[in-house]
Design a binder for this molecule. Structure first.
Ligand code: MG
Ligand code: ZN
Length: 383
């Protein structure tokens, strides 16, 4: 017993050393379990595959943080063999290596996807000389497109931050929040309220947001009722909770953001992130991985509903990297049971899938660099 407690204490201490950049991992590590025993399944709709437009007017970029092929297949098994992702007929692979490391982190991975340039691990929207690089979201804004960010982590965390902020280090959350004020982003929904309000500089950025015409809301139901105008949804103080405990609802947030942004006649760009697939991978917790990937897939369903109706919307679903070196070593399509195995508590170097749907989807097939995904979007939107 004593030995077991010592082992747990040693593990917690050691995992803190590895992942000291983010405190959420301590919580995740406590609930480590390899088998998802099955749960409620959902029906998946089939969407049309013909589009009148040749080029997209709108792009919905969806990043499953840490979502490799094993994570997708685990979720597919858990849902009885079907996912909304089945509607994506153009499939490729993304090479995720950063400029200074064979294994990327989410900051360099996010920046590659947001700017088309490889940079060092930890970099937020800056190049290898820490000089700011214009992101797709900023380019879209310059062209009069509407823009949005939705995330199940803090909105200031590495992945969404890579699209809107320029900081040498991913941990500069308050500076990242301040960078939101330099843009004209239309809708953002996530956590991270305290990075806007409890700041060393004493500023309350939510006041500035309100002054700039944003509806600043913290309640999911109120957020979902917003039909137009600028929206800052800051639900959790920091990160939103683990599914299904969180107050933030990723599919509902996605639907809300798309309905607002879709009113812009010139088009829009949005990035939607399923952030916590990564944290489930870090914790080697199959239940966590499956729940988060299924939640992300249901958000993909909302994007498909919008895109199928609109006909000029391109959806790209990919990951910044894989997490956990996960394998699926057992499963049952009837019960939805999935058994995961893991080779690391960190990220792995393997290629991650790219799924695309809509006009222009044929540009995202084969083996690509993560930076080529961004370059293609920039070209297709004429940014
Ligand atoms: Mg992330
Ligand atoms: Zn990670």
């Amino acid at each position: 017993m004593k030995l077991k407690l010592f082992a747990i204490a040693a593990f917690l201490f050691f995992s803190q050393q590895i992942f000291s950049q983010d405190s959420y991992l301590k919580v995740a590590a406590k609930d480590s379990t390899k088998v998802y025993t099955g749960g409620i399944k959902y029906e998946v709709k089939t969407f049309p595959q013909k589009f009148e437009a040749k080029k997209p007017q709108n792009v919905i970029m969806m990043i499953g943080d840490g979502m490799g092929l094993a994570q997708v297949f685990a979720a597919l098994t858990a849902n009885g063999g079907q996912l909304y992702l089945d509607n994506f007929k153009h499939i490729g692979f993304s090479k995720t290596q950063s400029s200074d490391d064979f294994i990327t982190d989410s900051a360099a991975g996010g920046t590659a996807l947001s700017t088309g340039q490889k940079t060092y691990n930890g970099a937020i929207g800056v190049n290898t000389d820490t000089v700011a690089i214009k992101t797709i979201l900023e380019m879209a804004e310059d062209k009069g497109l509407a823009t949005g960010l939705v995330s199940t982590s803090a909105i200031t965390h590495a992945t969404p931050a890579s699209y809107i902020a320029h900081q040498g280090s991913r941990g500069s959350y308050e500076d990242i929040a301040a960078d939101f004020m330099k843009t004209d982003i239309d809708v953002f929904i996530g956590g991270g309220y305290k990075h806007f309000t409890q700041r060393k500089d004493g500023r309350d950025l939510t006041r500035d947001l309100q002054h700039n015409g944003y509806q600043v809301l913290r309640d999911m139901d109120e957020i979902a009722r917003v039909k137009s105008g600028k929206l800052a949804g800051l639900i959790a103080d920091e990160h939103n909770d683990v599914y299904p405990n969180r107050k933030m609802d990723l599919p509902r947030s996605t639907e809300t953001a798309l309905n607002i942004l879709g009113q812009n006649k010139k088009g829009f760009f949005i990035m939607v992130e399923g952030s916590q697939i990564d944290w489930g991978g870090h914790a080697n917790n199959t239940i966590y991985v499956v729940n988060e990937t299924l939640d992300f897939d249901r958000a993909i369903g909302k994007a498909l509903e919008f895109a199928a109706k609109d006909g000029e919307t391109l959806i790209i679903v990919t990951a910044d990297h894989e997490t956990g070196g996960m394998a699926v070593v057992g499963g049952d399509l009837k019960s939805g049971m999935v058994k995961g195995a893991y080779t690391t508590g960190g990220h792995s170097a393997i290629m991650v899938p790219i799924f695309s749907y809509g006009p222009g989807a044929e540009n995202f097939t084969g083996i690509m660099e993560n930076t080529d995904i961004a370059k293609n979007i920039i070209r297709l939107l004429g940014l």
